[in-house]
Design a protein around this ligand. Structure first.
Ligand code: SF4
Ligand code: MG
Length: 317
């Protein structure tokens, strides 16, 4: 609820004012049990930072984190321990996130040790997990460098599943993989969700990646959610110009649908010095004076379709 994560910048010689990078600047959403909520946006929009705040790897500057009705924002390291196993993370680069000096068995066993599973049961559990992700016991004593990118991501997924978490935060889990491997991993994640009743927060920079896996999608821009709704509605009736621009970048089979395309120009502005009003106004083809002056309210346009744009209704269609 209203999560803000502002990182202080070093004061410059010429500026006396303390400055902050507003990586996340007032983000609220709920992930429902059993669903996949995706957060999509360009790099630097604050989506990974949001994931890290939810994982309690970062203390937010402001806002609350509620897990199953309990406010865990200020829990001490001791108090949070039993909750830790409920949230696990899958990372973008499966190679960087696997310790090269450990065998696959040791990597997957680590969370089991942290959460006190007896030694006699660990071996069996590791093999079970390898099979669940499409590997087998012969992979257990090998090292990460002996595997392909897709296999390494399977190892990362096995590790995340080891302690039966409720929520998995997957931070660009397929971005580093070849397109042909991406769909295999996405299908695996979908199957595992059904089998183990998992809830996913899926972070991606590309809408096409999340289309098949998501129940709902949140689009982030410069530290804020600009649109959030059901997957089908977002893809068929996007209201925010930024969402429309992201969708314009998704390849489509029908070239006649090209007419409503929005091509984004310019880079994403710095989160240390975000534009006034609607922070998208520097790149929005529909921007008017009011957009420069006033921050649009984030509101429900009906049926839980949330949008932050002064002209969302007028630009519809
Ligand atoms: Fe564009 Fe204005 Fe809407 Fe922002 S509020 S997205 S600048 S039309
Ligand atoms: Mg990231």
């Amino acid at each position: 609820q209203n999560i803000k994560m502002h990182f202080p910048l070093k004061k410059g010689i010429f500026s006396r004012k303390e400055n902050f990078v507003k990586a996340v600047d007032g983000v609220s959403f709920a992930v429902k049990a059993g669903e996949t909520l995706s957060i999509v946006g360009e790099s630097g929009c604050g989506k990974s930072t949001t994931g890290r705040v939810l994982m309690k790897l970062l203390d937010p500057t402001e806002g609350r984190i509620i897990f199953e009705g309990e406010d865990i924002t200020d829990f001490s390291a001791d108090k949070i321990r039993p909750y830790r196993k409920e949230f696990q993370m899958i990372f973008q680069d499966p190679y960087a996130s696997l310790n090269p000096r450990l065998t696959v068995k040791e990597i997957i066993e680590e969370p089991l040790i942290v959460h006190n599973l007896e030694k006699s049961k660990r071996q069996e559990r590791v093999i079970e997990l390898l099979e669940v992700v499409g590997l087998n016991k012969y992979h257990a004593n090998r090292y990460p460098h002996e595997f392909s990118g897709g296999q390494r991501q399977r190892i990362g997924i096995a590790r995340a599943l080891a302690v039966n978490p409720k929520l998995i935060i997957a931070d660009e889990p397929v971005s580093a993989l070849d397109v042909s491997i991406q769909s295999q991993i996405l299908n695996l994640l979908k199957d595992l969700q059904a089998e183990f009743n998992l809830t996913y927060l899926f972070i991606a920079h590309d809408l096409s990646v999340v289309e098949h896996i998501s129940d709902r999608v949140a689009v982030m821009y410069l530290g804020r959610i600009v649109e959030l709704t059901d997957r089908d509605r977002l893809f068929k009736h996007p209201l925010h110009p930024y969402t429309k621009a992201l969708l314009s970048a998704v390849p489509i089979p029908d070239p006649s649908a090209k007419k409503n395309r929005i091509v984004l120009t310019g880079d994403i502005p710095s989160a240390a010095n975000p534009p006034s009003g609607c922070t998208f106004h520097t790149r929005c083809p529909f921007a008017k004076d009011v957009c420069v002056e006033t921050t649009p309210e984030y509101r429900d346009y009906g049926d839980n379709h949330f949008v932050a744009c002064h002209f969302a209704e007028e630009l519809e269609g």
